[in-house]
Design a protein around this ligand. Structure first.
Ligand code: URA
Length: 238
């Protein structure tokens, strides 16, 4: 439910102040009935007329950047009834994540109700890069690194790797910390890539999504994207 003047303003019909005037003047009908009380709550599905003209309503678009914690799923529902990332965001809009992160993966994920933007960001031709930091079981060999640089094929398709760095080799713990930037969003792609080299991913975090980073966001925290950021994401469309 949303305030009537806000729904009218969001439709682009007029400003919110003008909408308030129309309401007070008795020029607004909701489902055929004149409404003169400011702030009356309406549904986006209600039939709204201003000056005998139907307004075309669109639900306000919202965009959140979440630092996903471990142990929550990134689909909106789950047959095992596990907690979903959508439950972490305080909104009455029907939002969904753009792409997925595994249950045990942490880091940056965008949630929205803007299907158009979701399509743009998920379409491979728009090459939206994602950077992950992964802790691997074992020490990556020179041959492994060479293989990554040459290109790894998963399910008959080369993984589109943009950048790869070894950050740390921990000989005592027998682990390697790597940073990898890829231009694709196939399911479990980072885990599958390293598993093809016989290195299990023990820990995985997405640290950036295109130009967006986790700066200032603790695990479980989220923030709204700015209009400028949303426009910049739209501009990734080729
Ligand atoms: N690749 C994976 O293997 N898991 C994720 O959650 C994201 C990318």
């Amino acid at each position: 439910m949303e305030r009537l003047q806000k729904v009218i303003a969001n439709s682009g019909f007029c400003s919110r102040r003008k909408a308030e005037e129309f309401i007070k003047e008795g020029k607004v009908k909701v489902n055929g009935k004149v409404i003169t009380e400011l702030g009356t709550k309406v549904e986006y599905s209600d039939d709204i007329m201003v000056n005998n003209t139907h307004i075309t309503k669109e639900e306000q678009k919202v965009y959140y950047l979440l630092n996903k914690p471990r142990g929550v799923i990134s689909t909106t529902s789950d047959d095992k009834n596990r907690k979903s990332i959508v439950d972490l965001i305080n909104t009455d809009k029907r939002i969904y994540p753009i792409g997925r992160l595994d249950y045990d993966t942490t880091g940056l994920i965008i949630l929205t109700n803007d299907g158009e933007l979701a399509n743009i960001l998920m379409h491979p031709k728009n090459e939206c890069s994602k950077t992950y930091v992964a802790k691997l079981e074992g020490i990556l060999s020179k041959e492994d690194i060479l293989a990554i640089k040459k290109g790894i094929v998963i399910d008959n398709r080369k993984v589109d790797i943009v950048n790869f760095k070894v950050r740390k080799k921990d000989m005592l713990k027998n682990t390697t910390l790597v940073e990898i930037t890829i231009n694709e969003g196939r399911n479990h792609i980072v885990k599958r890539l390293f598993s093809s080299l016989k290195h299990e991913v023990i820990k995985l975090t997405r640290t950036s999504y295109s130009f967006l980073t986790l700066d200032g966001l603790k695990s479980g925290d989220y923030r709204n994207l700015s209009i400028k950021e949303v426009k910049k994401l739209y501009s990734l469309k080729k």
